[in-house]
Design a protein around this ligand. Structure first.
Ligand SMILES: [Fe+2]
Length: 290
């Protein structure tokens, strides 16, 4: 799930008070399972050597290699044993407070529908492939699992402090589109990248985007785009470092400081940035000109 737009303000018919719905696994058609398998096969070929070792380990540990759309109950059972997380189905986008509450309680909310065969490369709303293939393997990593639960608690706090947009950027540039520096080089771990065949390549190989070492305050000030490849990727040194910083930061004064400063335009590089790649931005500029 990405938390860009939450549209409804109460659970729709058929949803529980906490907005969850049954996955209704038996209702998937053979064509829908086949769509999962096609997407899975394509990513499984691409990701070794590109995805972080934590992601690849999670994929293996959860036995996500079995064919067809995973059954959330079985998947949750395996995941719960590893890190205490579960996967629950929700009807599309849910209110922020609901999203954060599930997350703080180690329930990952996932869409249960899958994209149509003619939408393999792009969908607007996160589907079960994005949510499960993209997000869930990282939740099998104990450190990342703690990070996301801490993020959920932080979300409740950000709601109170009026800093939802700033915290949302942290989610975007880590959980959705994060890179990590491993001994062998940069690796992807953000769900939006690992679930996209084109961005799995672009994020690491293209000379167009900026790749900048992660700085919490910098990230929380940086705008992002939701409709195309990212123009910036932020690179964490390790999941341990990300968790530590999230847990140790006192967010109230940090938000106050950030809210007093201007937002940073998407492609800008600042003098204080620790830049790994200063992108040409040729991809984004080409798109803008066409
Ligand atoms: Fe997502």
């Amino acid at each position: 799930m990405n938390k860009e737009t939450h549209v409804l303000d109460r659970p729709p018919e058929g949803a529980a008070a906490d907005w969850t719905i049954p996955q209704d696994w038996a209702a998937y058609t053979a064509e829908e399972h086949a769509t999962w398998d096609r997407l899975f096969a394509r990513q499984a070929k691409l990701l070794p050597g590109r995805a972080s070792s934590a992601y690849l380990k999670g994929l293996e540990a959860l036995r996500l290699s079995e064919s067809g759309i995973p059954n959330f109950e079985e998947l949750s059972e395996r995941l719960h044993k590893l890190t205490g997380w579960q996967v629950v189905a929700v009807p599309g986008l849910v209110p922020d407070a609901v999203f954060f509450d599930h997350m703080a309680n180690r329930r990952f909310v996932a869409g249960n529908f899958i994209r149509r065969p003619d939408q393999l490369d792009y969908i607007q709303e996160p589907d079960v492939f994005h949510d499960v293939f993209g997000h869930v393997p990282m939740l099998a990593d104990p450190v990342f699992a703690d990070y996301l639960a801490a993020y959920g608690r932080g979300g409740m706090r950000a709601l109170e402090l009026g800093a939802l947009k700033q915290l949302g950027r942290l989610y975007w540039y880590t959980v959705e589109f994060g890179l990590v520096e491993e001994a062998e080089g940069l690796r992807i771990y953000g769900s939006g990248i690992v679930s996209s065949s084109a961005e799995s390549v672009f994020a690491l190989d293209s000379d167009s985007p900026n790749r900048i070492r992660f700085d919490m305050q910098r990230v929380m000030r940086t705008e992002y785009r939701i409709d195309d490849f990212q123009q910036n990727y932020f690179v964490i040194p390790s999941f341990e470092a990300l968790l530590r910083e999230t847990v140790e930061t006192d967010f109230a004064p940090l938000y106050a400081e950030i809210l007093a400063q201007p937002d940073i335009p998407i492609a800008a590089i600042l003098p204080e940035d620790d830049v790994i790649t200063h992108g040409t931005q040729a991809y984004a500029e080409g798109k803008a000109a066409s």
